[in-house]
Write a protein that binds this ligand. Structure first.
Ligand SMILES: [Fe+2]
Ligand SMILES: [Fe+2]
Length: 154
């Protein structure tokens, strides 16, 4: 199967995995390497924000359209995105202030992400495999792929 023919659920699930790996890379870097830690965090945060942006701009509007149960789920996803963004900002501010432990906030983020990603993969992403236009799948693929290309260059 070529890249654009890849199932959206697979594409998005793989992106979750890549984001998990990026976050793990940041977490496993010792605080003595604060410059590297900040860089890894900023890259992870940028990729996660892009993933969230693809969901909110391209996918959730289609999913929520015409189905009240889906809309309830979308509201929940959006609420979790705001919580994710809130922790991302707090970690960023702490790192910016100088070398410091962000362990507590990292665990907080891991917990929100774990629940959120599992919910999306179980209750939302499979629907995309049979309901998205080929154009939309291509757009999702392109935007997620741009992320990888950009990150590889830095
Ligand atoms: Fe999400
Ligand atoms: Fe997601």
């Amino acid at each position: 199967m070529n890249a654009t023919g890849e199932r959206p659920s697979r594409l998005l699930g793989d992106d979750h995995e890549e984001l998990d790996q990026r976050f793990e890379e940041f977490r496993s870097t010792p605080s003595s390497e604060s410059g590297r830690r900040n860089e890894l965090f900023d890259r992870f945060a940028a990729d996660l924000r892009r993933h969230i942006s693809v969901e909110e701009r391209l996918l959730f509007p289609v999913f929520g359209e015409g189905d009240p149960a889906h809309r309830v789920l979308v509201d929940r996803m959006l609420d979790e995105h705001r919580r994710i963004e809130d922790v991302l900002q707090r970690i960023h501010l702490r790192l910016e202030a100088g070398p410091a432990s962000t362990e507590e906030m990292e665990v907080e983020l891991l917990n929100v992400l774990w629940t959120h990603n599992a919910r999306e993969e179980e209750a939302v992403y499979p629907w995309f495999d049979t309901h998205l236009s080929p154009d939309l799948v291509r757009s999702v693929h392109r935007e997620l792929h741009e992320t990888e290309t950009k990150s590889d260059l830095t």
